[in-house]
Design a binder for this molecule. Structure first.
Ligand code: SF4
Ligand code: SF4
Length: 451
C-alpha cells in the first residue's frame, strides 16, 4: 500500500516539449571535451594523464584522492590540456581537455562479461567503483560507497524513476528505451547490498514507462506508480511514499533501512557490469522555451554546454535563465564553455516570459502557504524572517538544516519571495560558523596541551 507525504506542490510540468522525443546521439560530436576532476561528492580526483597522451573511450584520466569516484575519458583522442577550466559549479576546476579524434575507439577495459550471475555482491561493488559511477539524479554521491555502506544495514532498495522536476524527461525516455538495463541494474544493485528485491517508483504522469517496466520486471522488481506531486523524487519523500517510514530530522535513508538510487544510475551499473563500460556518457534533456529544438540526447561527459545548445538548434531567443537541471532545484550556468557532467540530466533555457511567472519579490502576506507546501514540515516564513536578520542560531533552531532545497515554498509563495535561496545562504553561514568554532576549539586544545 502506498503512503502519502506531507506538503508538496504541483507546478506546470512542461514535459510535453520532449517527453515523446527519443534519446538520440549528438548529430555532431564535440571537437573537444572538458572533463572536470570533481563531478561527485567528495575530494576532487587527481589527473593521471598528461598533455599529448592518447586516450580511448573509458581510459582512466582521474584517480580518487579520498571519498570520490574515478573519472574516465568520454571520447578517444589526445589530451590537449590539463588545467583549470570553467566548471558547472561556477568558478574554475582542474580539468582534462581532450581533442576528439572522432573514432570512438574503446579502451581495452570495455569488454563484454559473460558470467554476470556468478558475481558476488562485493565483486559488483568493485566493478561499480572502478567504473566511476556516481548518483545520476543530481547529487553525485559515489555509488560504490552507497552500496557498500548499505550491506547488512538496509532491507529496502528504492530506485527513483519519479522525475518530478518540471521539463526534465531524460529518465522517462531511459525507462522506455533501456528498460532492460534499468531492471537489470536494479537486480545487480540489490545483490550488491545483500537484498533480493528492489522497488522502482515512477510518477503516474509516465504511464507508458510504468507499463513498459511492468512487462520486463519479474516478481523481484516492483514497479510502483506514484501520485504526481513535487518533490516526489526527493529521497525522504520517496521513502515515505513507498515504505511509510520517516527519515528522522538530520537522518539518512539508511537510518530507516533504505537505500535510494536513481534509474539512470541503475542503467549505468548494468552497462559497467555487463559491458565493462565506465560512466562516460549519459542522457540529457535540452529544453525550455528559449531552446530552438528541445530534445533528448546521449552525450559524452565533458561536452561544453554551448555545443549542446548548438545541437538543439541554438537559442530562439536570449534565455533569461540558463540552468543545469529543472526550474525548481536547478543551478545557474554562468559560462557556455562549462561542461555537462555525470550528474547533468537537463539543460534548461527559460525565456523571460517563463521566468516572469516569478515577479519581483514583494512582502510576505503571512498566508501560510509555504508551511502547507513544505514536505519537511518546516516554517519557511519564520525561517526567512530570521535569515533576513542574520540570526543564524534562531534559524538553525527552526531546523533549516533539514531543508532539502526542493523549492516548493518558492513556487507556492504568492509574494514570490526567494525563500530557498535564503535557506541556502543560512545553511552555508551555519556550516561556516560551526567550522570556525571547531577550528578555534582545536587551536585552544593544542595550546592547552603544550602548556
Ligand atoms: S523550506 Fe526547504 S524543504 Fe521546505 S519547501 Fe522550502 S525548500 Fe522545500
Ligand atoms: S507563502 Fe510567501 S507570503 Fe505566504 S506566508 Fe509563506 S513567505 Fe509569506
Amino acid at each position: 500500500m502506498l503512503h502519502q507525504f506531507f506538503g508538496g506542490v504541483h507546478p506546470a510540468e512542461h514535459k510535453d516539449l520532449t517527453e515523446h522525443k527519443a534519446t538520440t546521439p549528438l548529430a555532431e560530436a564535440p571537437a573537444q571535451v572538458v572533463i572536470p576532476m570533481a563531478m561527485h561528492v567528495g575530494a576532487p580526483c587527481k589527473p593521471v594523464v598528461a598533455v599529448g597522451d592518447e586516450v580511448k573511450v573509458g581510459t582512466l584520466i582521474g584517480e580518487t584522492t579520498g571519498l570520490g569516484a574515478p573519472i574516465h575519458a568520454s571520447v578517444s583522442g589526445r589530451v590537449a590540456a590539463v588545467e583549470p577550466r570553467p566548471y558547472g559549479g561556477g568558478g574554475m576546476m582542474m580539468s582534462v581537455v581532450i581533442d576528439n579524434d572522432f573514432q570512438d575507439t574503446p579502451d581495452p577495459c570495455v569488454k563484454h562479461r559473460d558470467n554476470v550471475d556468478a558475481l558476488t555482491g562485493a565483486e559488483i561493488i568493485e566493478i561499480v567503483k572502478n567504473a566511476g559511477i556516481t548518483g545520476m539524479g543530481g547529487a553525485g554521491f559515489p555509488t560504490h560507497v552507497k552500496l557498500s555502506g548499505a550491506v547488512g544495514k538496509v532491507d529496502t532498495l528504492i530506485l527513483n524513476g519519479a522525475e518530478c522536476e518540471p521539463y526534465i524527461t531524460s529518465d522517462h525516455r531511459l525507462m522506455l528505451e533501456r528498460g532492460e538495463a534499468v531492471i537489470g541494474g536494479a537486480r545487480l544493485m540489490a545483490k550488491a547490498c545483500g537484498l533480493t528485491e528492489a522497488t522502482i517508483g515512477i510518477e503516474l504522469n509516465k504511464p507508458d514507462a510504468i507499463e513498459h517496466l511492468k512487462t520486463l520486471a519479474g516478481s523481484d522488481v516492483h514497479i510502483e506508480g506514484l501520485k504526481t506531486r513535487y518533490p516526489q523524487g526527493a529521497e525522504k519523500q520517496l521513502i515515505q511514499m513507498i515504505t511509510g517510514r520517516q527519515v528522522p530530522p538530520g537522518g539518512l535513508p539508511a537510518h530507516v533501512g533504505c537505500l535510494v538510487s536513481n534509474v539512470a544510475t541503475a542503467a549505468a551499473v548494468w552497462d559497467a557490469v555487463t559491458e565493462g563500460k565506465p560512466l562516460t556518457r549519459r542522457g540529457v534533456t535540452l529544453t525550455g522555451g528559449a531552446m530552438a529544438e528541445p530534445m533528448n540526447v546521449l552525450a559524452p561527459v565533458g561536452t561544453p554546454v554551448g555545443w549542446l545548445v548548438k545541437m538543439a538548434g541554438g537559442f530562439k531567443e536570449t534565455p533569461d535563465r540558463l540552468l543545469y537541471g529543472g526550474p525548481m532545484m536547478g543551478n545557474p550556468i554562468y559560462d557556455l564553455d562549462a561542461p555537462m557532467m555525470k550528474s547533468t540530466n537537463c539543460l534548461l533555457a527559460l525565456t523571460a516570459a517563463e521566468v516572469a511567472e516569478q515577479d519581483p519579490a514583494q512582502t510576505c502576506i503571512r498566508c501560510g502557504k509555504c508551511v502547507e507546501a513544505c514536505p519537511m514540515h518546516l516554517t519557511p516564513l519564520f525561517m526567512r524572517m530570521r535569515v533576513d536578520k542574520r540570526k543564524w542560531d534562531e534559524v538553525e533552531a527552526l531546523h533549516v538544516m533539514d531543508c532539502i532545497e526542493c523549492g516548493s515554498c518558492n513556487y507556492i509563495c504568492p509574494a514570490r519571495l526567494p525563500l530557498v535561496q535564503s535557506f541556502r545562504t543560512a545553511k552555508f553561514a551555519i556550516r561556516d560558523k560551526a567550522a570556525k568554532e571547531k577550528a578555534a576549539r582545536e587551536a585552544k586544545e593544542k595550546e592547552a596541551a603544550k602548556a
